[in-house]
Write a protein that binds this ligand. Structure first.
Ligand SMILES: CC(C)(COP(=O)(O)OP(=O)(O)OC[C@H]1O[C@@H](n2cnc3c(N)ncnc32)[C@H](O)[C@@H]1OP(=O)(O)O)[C@@H](O)C(=O)NCCC(=O)NCCS
Length: 149
């Protein structure tokens, strides 16, 4: 039986499905983070909503969340970030994350974005390999941190 796959813009009602996928994929519960994040990305007064979900047979199976920056942080070019990417572990290795990323990149190109940034934990080898396979390379921008005592 063939499955019915679609990609569509992420909406506020996707919160529960996204929290559940992230809980399974990353073994963390981050409802508050996603509540705040989804409220921001679905606020039309703030920016364009660049985030996408993949549905299989009517159920959310994966998501990509990002943001577009028009000249913030003293950087003159239009850039974007990918803040979260997740696919239900039961539905991984079917090309879903690749489809989400390809669609995100197409939308970003149409929006005039010249560079897309993402952060990966140094020991998250699976995610790093995924981005490397999709032609991401180490950035010239350095990620600095300061641990507050
Ligand atoms: C990394 C992640 C997004 C990849 O999702 P995915 O949908 O499985 O990705 P894809 O199917 O596009 O690619 C994954 C692998 O499946 C393979 N694949 C793709 N389509 C395939 C198919 N039809 N048949 C068999 N294998 C396939 C790819 O070659 C790829 O191999 P690689 O990992 O060795 O490069 C997913 O594993 C994930 O959600 N990980 C957790 C990330 C996380 O912690 N997120 C928290 C929020 S940031």
């Amino acid at each position: 039986m063939s499955e019915d796959r679609i990609l569509r813009v992420l909406k506020a009602g996707d919160l529960d499905a996204i929290v559940a996928i992230d809980e399974k994929a990353s073994r963390q519960s981050r409802r508050e983070y996603y509540e705040r994040k989804i409220a921001l990305i679905t606020d039309p007064t703030r920016s364009i909503n660049s985030s996408i979900v993949a549905e299989i047979d009517g159920r959310v199976a994966g998501f990509i969340m990002g943001d577009v920056y028009f000249g913030e942080f003293g950087i003159p070019e239009t850039t974007a970030t990918i803040d979260s990417l997740g696919v239900d572990p039961a539905l991984q290795h079917k090309g879903l994350a690749s489809e989400l990323l390809d669609q995100f990149m197409m939308n970003m190109k149409a929006a005039g974005v010249t560079k897309v940034y993402t952060l990966v934990n140094w020991d998250d080898f699976a995610l790093e390999r995924f981005f490397a396979r999709h032609k991401f390379v180490p950035s010239k921008r350095i990620n600095l941190e300061f641990a507050l005592p």
